[in-house]
Design a protein around this ligand. Structure first.
Ligand SMILES: [Zn+2]
Length: 453
């Protein structure tokens, strides 16, 4: 009897383990099935290493890539401008939809398996806007990105250097031969690289100064064009004279911001860079953006330059874009995404598109104050006329990157308007003066986007 009871327990335990195993396998099959099916060795979906099913379009349905034929967009400028969003022919560009969304392109379903025809993957980008941004960059290296901070949709994401995917073979040969025109060509400069921010970092120093020094009311400074700090000379391009916080930000006075950095200290500046989200990666449709950096130093001269966005400061353009969205949203904004919809042959949605929210650790009142100062930059310094009627809030940056190289030109900001909830970042590497070089690209792109061109 005791023997029989023992066997019963054993059989029961075995049955339980078997059931649990089947449940785990089934669960993994439903969760991971599409990933397994889209594995690049699956010969049903791949021809010579490229995904051979499904298609990629822009937000307006313009065909960017056809999996079956391997064809890209008809227009050469659009092919070139959307390369880092779509992906090249050899899979060297990791941020491309061909790699990111391959499980969506395959019309996989857990019941019927891999279907024929594939799905239509619509990206959030507007191909025509990308083309306009690419043309505005005019062959220079850098990135132009615009997103809707209320929905997270990335409308424009151009990275340069770039190339026509139909030239992939020739470009691969040129890259392998060390052709400098293609330095970093496979890297998405918006998502996967960090750069010296220069004066766009003054937005962070400004927020810290508002909170810790009551700088909106108490700060006043007389710029004589340069100042000595611990053996280091801080210079301004001209003598800015007497100014308050709004004037110092609009004139981008290095001496005033060096003074603020000394009063705030490195720990506080680092805390604000971190709470601004500039030191963390952001997950954009499955890709982690590059992190920025801020180093606390005991050297007064280096601390002064760090508050001006120099020294060892680095920011990633995508993190900067989200910071702009979060200032517009007074502390939070939707996280950027590249995926708009996935539909079957019959036009039925076949994937659930989720969205997430990004937050910065700044008070809403601080965001509002920074926003007002950035609006003042445009109306009193950069010039409103280039933006038509759009209430643009912005900060320029001219980041020194070594004595032999031209500075990086930056222009970042957002439109403070519920009808046009867009944030933007423009970086022209070694492009020169921020407000004129990068600012004019931002104006071109925003005017195309908002239809006031
Ligand atoms: Zn100055």
């Amino acid at each position: 009897m005791r023997k029989l009871r023992g066997r019963t327990w054993f059989v029961l335990l075995f049955a339980l383990l078997l059931t649990a195993g089947i449940c785990i396998l089934l669960g993994m099959y439903f969760v991971k099935g599409s990933e397994w099916a889209s594995f690049s060795a699956n010969s049903h979906l791949y021809t010579n290493g490229r995904i051979a099913t499904g298609s990629i379009t822009d937000r307006n349905g313009l065909l960017l890539y056809d999996g079956e034929t391997g064809d890209y967009a008809e227009d050469r400028t659009i092919r070139t401008a959307t390369l880092h969003a779509v992906g090249d022919q050899y899979g060297n560009i990791m941020s491309g939809a061909k790699l990111l969304f391959r499980q969506y392109m395959a019309s996989y379903n857990p019941i019927t398996g891999v279907g024929t025809g594939g799905n239509r993957v619509a990206l959030t980008i507007d191909a025509q806007l990308n083309a306009a941004a690419y043309q505005a960059l005019d062959g220079r290296q850098g990135t132009v990105a615009v997103y809707n901070y209320n929905t997270g949709e990335i409308l424009c994401m151009v990275s340069s250097p770039t190339f026509d995917p139909y030239d992939s073979e020739a470009v691969l040969a040129a890259v392998n031969a060390g052709d400098s025109r293609y330095d970093g060509v496979y890297l998405n400069h918006f998502l996967s690289a960090s750069f010296t921010p220069g004066s766009i970092f003054k937005v962070v120093t400004t927020a810290a100064a508002i909170d810790h020094l009551n700088a909106l009311e108490d700060f006043s400074f007389t710029c004589t064009g340069s100042m000595e700090i611990g053996g280091t000379t801080i210079t301004c391009p001209s003598v800015h004279g007497e100014q308050d916080l709004a004037g110092a930000l609009a004139n981008s006075c290095n001496c005033a911001y060096a003074q603020l950095a000394l009063e705030l200290g490195g720990e506080t500046l680092q805390k604000y860079a971190k709470s601004a989200g500039l030191l963390n990666a952001i997950k954009v449709s499955g890709i982690d953006s590059a992190k920025g950096s801020y180093t606390v130093t005991n050297d007064a001269g280096s601390l002064a330059w760090s508050g001006v966005g120099q020294y060892t400061d680095l920011v990633n353009p995508c993190s900067e874009l989200v910071l702009m969205g979060c200032i517009a949203g007074e502390g939070s904004a939707k996280t950027p995404t590249l995926l708009k919809s996935v539909t079957s042959d019959l036009g039925l949605p076949t994937a659930l598109i989720s969205s997430s929210t990004s937050s910065i650790g700044w008070k809403a009142s601080t965001c509002r104050a920074v926003k007002a100062l950035m609006r003042n930059n445009v109306t009193n310094h950069y010039g409103q006329s280039q933006f038509g009627d759009l209430p643009v809030c912005a900060k320029s940056g001219t980041a020194e990157v070594g004595s032999d190289a031209a500075p990086h030109a930056w222009f970042v900001g957002f439109i403070d308007d519920p009808d046009h909830p867009y944030a933007f970042v423009v970086l022209v590497e070694n492009g020169g003066w921020g407000s004129s070089v990068a600012g004019s690209i931002a104006a071109t792109v925003l005017n195309v986007l908002c239809g006031s061109d």
